[in-house]
Design a protein around this ligand. Structure first.
Ligand SMILES: [Zn+2]
Length: 59
């Protein structure tokens, strides 16, 4: 089982792609993908990979 580099949780079977990179080549778990989409929808900057791993308690 691979782990999500963003939250260290399980990646799951259908990882999302982080939008923090233009290439979107970083696989992240579905909840993280949703969180980034949520940030994007609110016009907030996504958490950069340099600040990973994040926890839901921090955000
Ligand atoms: Zn994650």
């Amino acid at each position: 089982m691979n782990h999500c580099p963003r939250c260290t949780g399980p990646l799951g079977h259908q990882p999302a792609r982080s939008r923090t990179t233009t290439a979107r080549n970083i696989p992240i778990c579905t909840p993280c993908g949703h969180h980034e989409a949520d940030c994007d929808a609110r016009q907030l900057p996504p958490i950069p990979p340099g600040e990973w791993p994040v926890t839901s308690a921090e955000r």
